[in-house]
Design a protein around this ligand. Structure first.
Ligand code: BGC
Length: 816
């Protein structure tokens, strides 16, 4: 394979000092392009990168409905001076977490970029929605769309043009990753749908979405380089961790949700901090130009994560269109003029290093979604109240004289809290329910235990791990400020008073585990003990353990000694090992994740049965921490510059795919969750006759956002009947998993989620559900053909209520 010599192209032309990973080494693999599984497992082919160059950067054509906006963006760009163009592409300190400077002579008031996926991070009088992991646990497309829409209306009313979310990666390769709760599910299919619905919701509300973080960003540890203390942030002690993975895994696991994002016409994507196969994700031309902008047909702009830019020309040629935070930094991007871009970009164009056509395409990519969403007319101004809440660039760092118009401290919450309460309940997974523990039936003596049950005692947000208070959101750039937080203690107490019940509480975990419990509820045995436990996680660090924080296991042990009906509720980032789950006195367990501001009311609704739980786990809960695969790279003892290497040699065995492939028992499997009723599924039938003319490889139609449109064509449809066999009404979530034929290459997981639905069923009712499979759903990525291939032989389609609870199977070959 002939590839342009990127290193040569760049040599001598660089404006700013760049790390060696800029120089991507072109590698020729005749017959087996881009599949580096074996060599990578044994030897590092090159510390500088393994991908061929993907040059030049393709221009946007505004495909998929952006054509008019593209024309306007081109016209607008033509009116800019070179300096203005450079600064549209380069962030500046200002009120928002990311800012593009205004150009008053064109009536352009700049761009305001804001976190994040669960709320407006820098927001007062704004709502805290359910977290993304919660939303994923709902398996509810409508909920995902409405949550995205409502979140975006709040951002818009506060003046944000771009929401920095949703998150398609980390995907949760390891449950220890600190940020998986900011994203959705440890499964590309479910995450893909969550991305798509969220983006559609956000952009229908008029705000640009930003799909982050592209790509293979699966750990916080060493996500950024470490710098010499006296250096100007260009001298590394050690470079950021490199996620090393093969081409098939990249396509079938990590890129998959970003394909959905591109298809949803997401305005922008954020390239990640880590290196990928040796090269920084933000200056990896193969990833950005070839995979993202060419293969996936992404028409919008690529922005750097904050400080993930490590070069001038190299990142520009590699396909990055906007650098953030740009002309100032608390992070890695620091150079003489404050940025690798900015003034340097102007100079690069003037001296011919960067073609003006490339810079024009960057601006056109940035401005097309702006015009497409009508952000040029009657868009709310930035609320001045967001500025002082900006921890990244506080007001004393602003170089530009930002002017604020419009009212400040706007209340943008509307009636969202009602919806958030419903979403919280719809996202709560019932893991265990024995002896009819739930729903509660007017208990008269209730004990509430644990430091997660009461109010937050340390302010409106959770800047760091804190001891007291319900954990309804967690740390990092996804952190939120609560204008109101319903606690389980409040919600359950006011509910219990209606029943004339007594409620006692003990919220100090240290005392609970260190003292005798019974004095609290003597002499009468309580009807129920509700134990609230939590697990914190945050950007910037990975989880150290999967047990519940604040000695959670010991709290349960203390309670079950005295309480025969103990219900455990967790507010957690994701997977926890639950060693107490088999204890006979633990009668029920609920995983409530991070449910946002209505945490208390939402859990009370589920406990009392006002809402019949329907949520399902979007990851696996194993018996032991040691059961999980894909450990993070944490303890590199050598000090070579490029020694941080994370080998994704589990390949496709991510999450349940691994547990299934090795028949490892799990405590609660992916897709599992109980209801107060029971369901059955029968009559799984293929309704589409196997297409007579289906070809193994897709017809190549002109690429649209999302890639080759043929991949999104429905090729196979199945139906099944789902029946409510229990005694109360409720939602069922039937799921469809696909087992590929033996002709698929080795390493293909035994079952992969490829369809689901959420159906309301009155008791005794039966409904038909339909699973439509697209070509991508029944294909694997063929590394030689560099295309999605449907394998020959019989597929097994398995339908049921979790990844291990199949009620009906159908076997069929798709190719004749
Ligand atoms: C995070 C991004 C975030 C950005 C701005 C980075 O550290 O990785 O997700 O949007 O900061 O706060």
């Amino acid at each position: 394979m002939k590839v342009p010599d990127y290193a040569l192209l760049l040599s001598g032309l660089l404006l700013a000092p760049v790390d060696a990973s800029t120089c991507q080494t072109p590698i020729d693999h005749p017959g087996e392009p881009f599949s580096y599984v074996q060599p990578l497992n044994t030897t590092i082919l090159s510390p500088y990168g393994h991908y061929p160059a993907g040059l030049p950067s393709p221009k946007t054509k505004g495909k998929g409905g952006w054509e008019n906006a593209l024309a306007r963006a081109k016209n607008w760009t033509a009116q800019l001076t070179l300096e203005e163009k450079s600064w549209v592409a380069t962030g500046q300190p200002g009120p928002c977490v990311g800012n593009v400077l205004p150009i008053p002579r064109l009536n352009f008031s700049g761009l305001c970029l804001q976190n994040g996926p669960q709320c407006l991070e820098q927001g007062d009088y704004s709502s805290v929605f359910v977290s993304s992991v919660s939303a994923a646990a709902s398996w509810d497309r409508d909920l995902l769309y409405k949550r995205g829409y409502a979140l975006a209306t709040e951002h818009k009313a506060k003046g944000s043009h771009v929401i920095l979310g949703p998150i398609g990666g980390p995907l949760g390769r390891s449950p220890y990753d600190g940020r998986t709760w900011e994203g959705f599910a440890t499964d590309p299919y479910l995450t893909g749908i969550c991305m798509e619905e969220t983006i559609l919701g956000m952009q229908d509300a008029g705000v640009q979405a930003n799909a982050k973080h592209f790509i293979a960003y699966e750990q916080e540890t060493q996500r950024n380089p470490t710098y010499a203390p006296d250096a100007n942030a260009t001298t590394y002690i050690q470079d950021s961790v490199s996620s090393n993975l093969d081409d098939r895994t990249l396509h079938e696991i990590y890129m998959w949700p970003f394909a959905n994002a591109a298809r949803a016409r997401v305005a922008s994507m954020m390239c990640s901090y880590n290196r990928v196969n040796g090269s920084h994700a933000c200056q990896n031309s193969y990833l950005l130009n070839h995979l993202l902008k060419t293969e996936l047909g992404f028409q919008g702009y690529v922005m750097s994560d904050w400080g993930a830019t490590h070069s001038g020309v190299a990142s520009i040629e590699s396909g990055m269109d906007m650098t953030m935070p740009g002309g100032f930094t608390l992070y890695g991007e620091l150079w003489t003029e404050g940025s690798f871009w900015g003034k340097n970009l102007t100079e690069a164009v003037n001296n011919g290093t960067v073609p003006i056509a490339r810079l024009d395409d960057m601006i056109v990519r940035i401005m097309t979604p702006y015009f497409w969403l009508g952000q040029d007319t009657h868009y709310p101004s930035v609320d001045s109240s967001v500025g002082p809440l900006n921890v990244d660039s506080p007001p004393d760092t602003w170089l530009y004289p930002w002017k604020f118009t419009g009212s400040s401290n706007r209340d943008v919450r509307g009636n969202h809290s009602q919806m958030i309460r419903a979403h919280g309940a719809a996202s709560t997974v019932l893991l265990k329910n024995e002896r009819n523990a739930l729903p509660l039936r007017k208990p008269r003596n209730i004990v509430i235990v644990g430091n997660d049950a009461g109010p937050v005692l340390q302010g409106a947000s959770n800047p760091d791990e804190f001891e007291y208070g319900v954990l309804a959101n967690s740390g990092g750039s996804g952190a939120c400020r609560f204008s109101f937080l319903s606690t389980p203690l409040d919600a359950i107490t006011s509910r219990a008073r209606k029943d004339g019940a007594i409620v006692q509480h003990w919220l100090n975990n240290t005392q609970i585990t260190g003292n005798s419990m019974p004095s609290l509820w003597n002499p009468e045995q309580p009807d129920v003990c509700l134990v609230f436990l939590k697990a914190w996680a945050s950007e910037g660090s990975d989880r150290q353990y999967l047990e519940l924080d604040w000695n959670g296991n010991a709290v349960v042990e203390a309670v079950v000694k005295y309480c025969g009906n103990t219900v455990v509720i967790t507010h957690s980032a994701g997977a926890n090992v639950l060693p107490f789950a088999d204890h006979p006195n633990v009668t029920a367990i609920l995983a409530a994740h991070y449910p946002g501001e209505e945490a208390g009311n939402a859990i009370a609704d589920v406990l009392y049965g006002d809402v019949n739980p329907s949520a399902k786990l979007p990851y696996v809960i194993a018996y032991n921490e040691s059961d999980y695969n894909a450990p993070l790279t944490t303890a590199v003892q050598t000090n070579g510059t490029y020694d941080w290497q994370s080998w994704f040699d589990e390949e496709l065995e991510v999450g349940y795919r691994y547990f299934d492939a090795h028949d490892i028992p799990v405590r609660y499997e992916f897709g599992f969750g109980l209801s107060y009723t029971t369901f059955n599924l029968t009559n799984l039938t293929a309704t589409t006759p196997v297409a007579t003319n289906l070809t193994a490889l897709p017809e190549h139609r002109p690429v649209q956002p999302g890639g080759n449109p043929t991949l999104w064509d429905t090729v196979y449809t199945l139906t099944a009947e789902v029946r409510n066999t229990g005694t109360v009404d409720g939602y069922a979530i039937p799921q469809l998993y696909v087992g590929y034929p033996d002709s698929a290459p080795a390493g293909t997981p035994p079952s992969q989620l490829r369809g689901f639905d959420k159906v309301w069923l009155a008791k005794g009712q039966t409904k038909q559900v339909t699973f439509e499979l697209m070509r991508r759903d029944v294909s694997y990525w063929d590394v030689v053909a560099q295309d999605w291939r449907i394998p020959t032989g019989g597929f097994t389609f398995k339908a049921g209520f979790s990844s291990r609870d199949f009620r009906a199977n159908v076997t069929a070959a798709l190719l004749r």
